[in-house]
Structure formats: C-alpha cells, structure tokens
Design a protein around this ligand. Sequence first.
Ligand code: NDP
Length: 334
Amino acid sequence: MNWIFVGASTIASQHMIAAVRAQPAGAVTWVVSGNADRAQGWATDHGITQATDDLSQALADPEAACVYISSTNEKHHAQAMAAIAAGKHVLCEKPLGLSLAEADEMVAAARDAGVVFATNHHLRCSGSHRAMRALIDDGAVGHVLSLRIHHAVHLPENLQGWRINDASAGGGVIPDITVHDADVARFLLGEDPVDVVAQFASSGMGQGVEDSCMSVWTMPSGAMVMSHESFTHPFAGSGLEIHGTEGSIFARDVMTQMPMGTITLRTASGTREVPYSDHSLYVQGVADFYAAVAGRGAPAANGSDGIKSLAVALAVRAAAQSGQKVTVAYGEVA
Ligand code: NDP
C-alpha cells in the first residue's frame, strides 16, 4: 500500500517512515509540506519519490490508498477532511484537532465515506501496556482502585518550537501529552473518565502555553486516576502504577516511544517481574491499521478513541483554567 505523508515532521522521520516500510509492500510515495523546497529536501533525505506543497496534487494519486497526517495540530482537521473526501484511509496524529467539533467532523466524515480512520496513540500498541491490560483483565490486581500516571519528561531541544510557544498551532503539554495519558487510562481500565479537576503551570519552558499539568479524574467504576505531564523534568523518568484490591502493578519508564521499561506485579503471593513483547510501538500501530484497511481487524485506536482522548484533554484544560471540577463532554460522534 502506498502512503502520502502530510507533514515533514520529526515523528514521521524518526518512526513512521520505518513503520510503513516494515509492512509487506508498504511504501511512502509522497510527502506534503507547507513549503515546496522543504518537501523536496525531506523527500530526498528519506528516499521518497514525490514531494509537493499542494495536498490536492498528492491526493489525486489513485495509487496512494493511505494518508498519515503529522503536521502541527491546527492543520490536522482540514488535511484529514481533504484526505477523506479523496477516499483515502487516514491515520492521524493526536490530538485529532483543536476542538471537539473538529474531531467529531473528521470521524463522522470518515464513517460516512467508508474509509478507515485511526488515531496514532502509540502507547496502547506497546507490549508493556498490552501486558498490563491483560493482567487487569485477568484479575491479577482485583478490583482497580486507582491509576497513577507519571509522564513528566524533558522536551528535547529540537522539539522546543511550536509546542512551547504557539497556542494557535495547538501547543502546550495538555494537547501534547495529556491526550496520550487519557488514552492510556481508557485503554488500561476500559472505561471513560467522567469528570476532572486540574492545575497547570509554566515551569520554565512554556511561553504563553502550559508546560506542566497535574489532574485527577473520576472513572465510572469509582476508580481514581492521577495524571502528571510536563516538558520540564529531565530526571523524573516516566511510569504508571495500578493499584487494586488484590495487587499492584508498578511500571517504570513505559510512557515512551521505545519498547522499554519494567513491569512489577506485587500481590499477597509476592513480587514478580512481568515479561512483555518488545516489538516497535509504531510498527504495531501501522500493522493494526493495515489489518483494518484489509478488513481483518480494527485500528489500535480508532476515531472514537481520538475524540475521547481529546475530550479528556479539553476538560483538563478547562478545569485548570476555571479551578472548577469539569464534566468530560464526549459529544455525539464518539
Ligand atoms: P515537528 O515540529 O517535527 O513537525 C511539525 C511540522 O513542523 C511539520 O509538519 C513541518 O511542517 C514543520 N517543521 C518541522 N521541522 C521543521 C523545520 N526544521 N523547518 C521548518 N518547518 C519544520 O513535530 P512533531 O513531529 O514532533 O509532531 C508532529 C505531530 O505528531 C503533532 O501533531 C504531534 O502531536 C504528533 N506526535 C505524535 C507522537 C506519537 O507518538 N503519536 C510523537 C510526536 C509527535 P509541514 O507540515 O509544513 O511540513
């Protein structure tokens, strides 16, 4: 399957080109950038034969079935709508858009057009997260009481651009990382946050947008979720803890792009390390997308998942801005 890559981005060059090329007959045949020279240079660097700053030119290629969108966040909606209108299957980066209305429109349009639409929430593609979900599903921790997500990291210097200084491009740690954590909580616990309280801050990096956030979410089961995201923590490491009536899971360094980290299960029987598959998160995500396009399965995270993670992030930001508890509004499409 031939792919159009929309956005000459870091995530595309570091992970997604290789993830597509790892699939049987997977090829990136176009790159679309806002700048023609940049598109051409990027295409040359990555061995891609066609480059343009005109999205419609690439979308007119009948040989390209799939579109991967990894532009800055404010562009996702218009680019996805154009790709869907052209009959392409779409794998879109998170957050799907800047508003719930944008995300709703994208997912509804894909549904009406009969194309596959997926959200690139990579963490649920990792062996570690899949192993933890299996433990929970198997009752290893009993009834889940709480989930603590530690996702305060240090934003690499090469990414300290629009993310830290451009609200109109969708900057800020909430659209960048809280969306991922919302998806992780939903994936692990199998339920959707009901309401949230939150505080955010600028702790040295954010210029007009938040670079740190802490929030607490209530789940329908009564489980409590505590989530911490930041761009400014060089030594914190990442992780999560799931605490239940029969056991606790301690996972270190698992909120990453790489298949790494450790999982420890502690119960009345003792403490043991939990093994997991060390496959590439992004190769798995594209493989699941391929299966969906071929009618053999579902994407790892579909459009509804993308709407819901955005809805939680928007609620967290509204709660931090208002100082009030905010009910998560999921809209009608999800
Ligand atoms: P980048 O900042 O690397 O790229 C975003 C856009 O900025 C590109 O599409 C490009 O615009 C422009 N750009 C990038 N580098 C340059 C440059 N050197 N000079 C001029 N313009 C440049 O963003 P990321 O790759 O970090 O993120 C892109 C998207 O992917 C975001 O939506 C983000 O949320 C998401 N993401 C998802 C991850 C995941 O694991 N699921 C991980 C990281 C990011 P143009 O479109 O015009 O080519």
